[in-house]
Design a binder for this molecule. Structure first.
Ligand code: LMR
Length: 333
């Protein structure tokens, strides 16, 4: 039912978009075109690198059968339309942040809980656990979405049009957040106002003062130049940003068993490689921000502890929706 109503609301848009990308000049005749849409840009971003690696591998190793075309930077679909486009079959591959699935499942809220992961290694351990692996299929039965793997992006940091050292410095400010109820509650716990907004609109909103701040990884802050329109970035490490590299069950079912096996094998290998290189990419983009003139504030352990305590009540609010077992599994990974 949900599938049908979402499909109808976006039908007009999908026709228009299909018309613009119906022919793929990069693919050979007879090859099946597989569209991969995502919202990040630049050349040093971990998602850009992983998406391009996946396309290069499929296009070489499954040459003559499948041809993956990558559309970065919201050029095919932005945040608000990409999941509906996957439902409609207008795109076959996505890698949205796990914070963008609230209307499909509450379970991914576990990844958003502030300070649940000390670092990406802990998050990778959780995603490799039985509970983490099960979550790849959290939307299979209700909407037919299937996770192919988790791609880490980085830990998140706050930036604002004033220097933030303690959460109380954020009082009264407006922060752009992804469409995540957990993120909204977290901003409210700081005495600030959350404003959900598509990623492609963030730079303009910071520049014009529609919002005062945002939270993101070094790679997003650098490749989208947020540091240009913010006073500074504070090294809070308060949350994880990770992606669900995903497709639809319909698409997987449409492949021959041999092609499906090869496609899934490449997806798994590219995922592992992406997660091995993500820390280096984040470090590179942190350095790039400083080189470009961005300012970074570091915190003492005592200052950081105040952020932890301010945000801790958020966990309780989402305990029932997410499930206590899942929260414990992630926290103890
Ligand atoms: C955001 O919306 O801030 C991020 O999820 C964008 C991305 O895909 O890294």
């Amino acid at each position: 039912m949900k599938k049908i109503s979402l499909a109808l609301t976006t039908l007009a848009l999908s026709f228009a978009t299909n018309a613009a990308f119906a022919d793929s000049s990069a693919c050979d005749p007879g090859e099946r075109v597989v569209k991969f849409s995502h919202v990040t840009g630049g050349t040093t971003h971990p998602k850009v690198v992983a998406a391009n690696n996946f396309a290069a591998r499929v296009n070489k190793e499954m040459n003559g059968r499948l041809c993956v075309e990558v559309f970065p930077n919201s050029t095919l679909f932005g945040d608000s339309k990409e999941l509906e486009a996957l439902l409609l079959g207008d795109v076959q591959l996505l890698a949205p942040s796990l914070s963008k699935f609230g209307s499909y499942t509450p379970k991914y809220g576990v990844f958003d809980l502030p300070f649940i992961f000390k670092n990406m290694d802990q998050a990778i351990r959780f995603t490799n656990s039985p509970q983490g692996k099960d979550l790849l299929y959290a939307m299979k039965d209700n909407v037919g979405f299937v996770g192919l793997g988790y791609w880490m992006s980085g830990m998140k940091y706050f930036s604002a049009n004033k220097k933030l050292i303690l959460p109380s410095d954020a009082k009264g400010l407006k922060f752009r957040v992804q469409t995540s109820d957990v993120a909204k509650a977290m901003i409210e716990a700081m005495g600030a106002s959350p404003q959900a907004m598509a990623f492609s609109e963030v730079y303009g909103a910071l520049q014009t003062g529609v919002v005062d701040g945002q939270e993101n990884t070094w790679s997003n802050i650098y490749t989208k130049k947020f540091y240009e329109v913010q006073d500074s970035i504070t090294e809070t490490d308060h949350q994880l940003l990770a992606y669900l590299f995903m497709t639809s069950q319909d698409f997987l079912d449409s492949l021959s068993p041999a092609d499906r096996k090869q496609f899934l094998q490449i997806a798994d290998e590219v995922t592992q490689e992406a997660n091995q290189s993500v820390k280096a990419k984040e470090a590179e983009n942190r350095a790039n921000i400083l080189k470009a003139g961005g300012k970074i504030n570091t915190l003492t352990p005592e200052q950081r502890q105040i952020w932890v305590e301010t945000m801790k009540p958020v966990w309780k609010k989402f305990q029932n929706d997410i499930g206590e077992n899942l929260i414990n599994a992630a926290a103890n990974s």
